[in-house]
Design a protein around this ligand. Structure first.
Ligand SMILES: *[C@@H]1O[C@H](CO)[C@@H](O)[C@H](O)[C@H]1NC(C)=O
Ligand SMILES: *[C@@H]1O[C@H](CO)[C@@H](O)[C@H](O)[C@H]1NC(C)=O
Ligand SMILES: *[C@@H]1O[C@H](CO)[C@@H](O)[C@H](O)[C@H]1NC(C)=O
Ligand SMILES: *[C@@H]1O[C@H](CO)[C@@H](O)[C@H](O)[C@H]1NC(C)=O
Length: 502
């Protein structure tokens, strides 16, 4: 549904229209069966399902936003006693590979949000470049990068068909509210979400067989307006109103069929020196916004059978839905990892101040400093070269046969071969040539090699003429009337605004 500032009457009308637009959607549940396929539906997939809550962050994972993001999940537990989890739609520019790896090592999800977040955003180079950077500099196994979110939520039919070919498991950019508040579903028969939105694709064949749609669930404010991302930045929405609108909307999901709920944030707005939404060159104190979201999460997590999950856990659930009382027994909900992680290798568990073989390297680049376990690149990542050649070639890249949780990049050994930590990558290898995904046979990416052979120090980088990091003043994305459906264009470059890369 269109997430625009609409009067209540207009909203009501929009809901009715959205319901009618569903007529273009033809999906037969007798043919489209889990786990490979699921028709869109507002009905619960089983009786007494859990209430899922997805907290997601977008853009750079960097020091200036890390504490705020961590504070929203720290000390929160799911009903099975395991840590609550969240998803970060990560862009390469301004991100710290070591913090990215830390987020992953905590059991949270790293998903793809392109290299630089700058238009054109839905291109192969943008999307594949993030996979290359995340695997080569942050040690994220390619098979764990399962989801994609379009910068500015700007999806297109061609690009959705492409990410399906690329092997993504889900996308999460289409908004839902009211009549199209459906559970996650596969796009085999097209989409039912966002039919009146900025980039509506309802009724279009997306060639997206098996690609899951994890809708972004909007909330309605007391003003009758729809809000999606960073509602505290919307005109007239105080921190108190933010907590209240989340709570009212969550209660409605909870009292209904338990349709999943979402909280979609750019943590850049939540720090003590956050950009001012109305004047990005001035800073503001985002702490009241952070507290407003925390107050809502405090409330939601006291409601029985409420689980904070990553988007890929949500997808796992939809493949085989179970009643709430059986969720704790599902393998994808177990406390990970087991056995406990070693703290004596550079796997981002011991922390940035770790010494010896657990210590990350600090890379001082023209765009600023960042840390990595996988060797400093000679230059900053660019769109054309997201993972430049390494300065120090003594670090071993992540092989296909070991998760970075157990991989020691200093000695090049997998430190655990117990059943709980064996790993065999099946994901498509990185290949910056777009034609590779259309090659006969599905395309394997780079030819040859079974992972073991690629585990030589310093290998696996390409060169290119990088374009410099843009520090131009960002413009604000605004289709007129939309107050919440688009990501703020300047959030991507806010690190510059707050002086992090001085
Ligand atoms: C959205 O994507 C299209 C291409 O699919 C592009 O032409 C347009 O400029 C993009 N809009 C924004 C705000 O990025
Ligand atoms: C879907 O596939 C058909 C048949 O190959 C093609 O004609 C159409 O352009 C494709 N659409 C998209 C969005 O890729
Ligand atoms: C592509 O993958 C298939 C299945 O894993 C394998 O049999 C084939 O040898 C691979 N081809 C290349 C060129 O790597
Ligand atoms: C990968 O290659 C190495 C070295 O050639 C070989 O010893 C190993 O058995 C291979 N592994 C697989 C799974 O093919």
């Amino acid at each position: 549904m269109l997430l625009a500032k609409l009067s209540f009457a207009a909203l009501l009308g929009a809901s009715l229209v959205a319901a009618q637009l569903g007529a273009t959607y033809k999906c037969d549940p007798a043919v489209c069966k889990a786990p490979a396929c699921r028709c869109a539906s507002t009905a619960a997939p089983v009786a007494n399902p859990p209430q899922f809550l997805m907290l997601t962050f977008d853009d750079s994972i960097q020091d200036s936003v890390w504490t705020q993001a961590q504070s929203l999940i720290a000390n929160r537990k799911n009903p099975n006693g395991c840590p609550a989890k969240a998803t970060w739609y990560t862009q390469v520019f301004y991100s710290d590979p070591y913090l990215t790896q830390t987020w992953y090592a905590q059991g949270n999800e790293i998903a793809d949000h392109t290299v630089d977040h700058i238009t054109p955003t839905g291109t192969y180079q943008q999307i594949e470049g993030m996979r290359k950077w995340a695997s080569e500099l942050a040690g994220i196994p390619l098979g764990e990068i399962k989801g994609f979110r379009y910068p500015f939520l700007n999806y297109s039919a061609e690009s959705i068909a492409m990410i399906t070919k690329m092997g993504f498991e889900y996308e999460s950019s289409m908004s839902a509210s009211g009549a199209d508040n459906v559970w996650p579903y596969t796009l085999d028969y097209g989409t039912v979400n966002d039919c009146l939105g900025t980039y509506p694709l309802c009724g279009v064949n997306l060639n997206a067989t098996g690609l899951w749609e994890v809708p972004m669930y909007g909330v309605t404010g007391t003003d009758g307006a729809q809000h999606l991302m960073d509602p505290y930045n919307d005109v007239g929405v105080t921190p108190e109103a933010t907590t209240a609108m989340y709570r009212t909307a969550f209660d409605a999901h909870y009292a209904g069929t338990h349709v999943p709920f979402g909280v979609y944030l750019h943590p850049v707005w939540l720090g003590k020196t956050a950009p001012n939404p109305t004047n990005p060159v001035v800073t503001a104190d985002g702490t009241p916004k952070l507290n407003a979201v925390a107050a809502f999460l405090d409330y939601a997590m006291t409601q029985p059978n409420t689980w904070m999950v990553t988007a890929s856990q949500m997808v796992e659930y939809m493949k085989n839905p179970v009643p709430a009382d059986q969720l704790a027994a599902q393998p994808y909900m177990s406390c990970t990892p087991n056995p406990p992680l070693p703290t004596n290798i550079c796997n981002a568990v011991a922390g940035a101040t770790a010494a010896g073989a657990a210590a990350p390297e600090v890379c001082n680049l023209i765009t600023g400093a960042f840390k990595t376990c996988y060797g400093c690149p000679v230059s900053a990542p660019t769109l054309l070269d997201p993972s430049p050649a390494k300065v120090n070639t003594a670090r071993f890249p992540l092989p296909k046969t070991c998760d970075s949780l157990w991989w020691d990049p200093v000695t090049g050994t997998c430190t655990c071969t117990a059943p709980g930590c064996t790993y065999t990558a099946t994901a498509r290898p990185v290949n910056m040539d777009q034609n590779s995904i259309y090659a006969v046979g599905g395309g394997n990416g780079t030819a040859g090699g079974n992972g073991t052979s690629s585990a030589t120090p310093g290998s696996g980088s390409s060169s290119g003429n990088g374009t410099p990091v843009s520090t131009t003043a960002p413009a604000k994305a605004a289709a007129s009337g939309i107050i919440a459906g688009l990501e703020p264009l300047y959030a991507a470059a806010a690190a510059v605004v707050v002086g992090f890369f001085a």
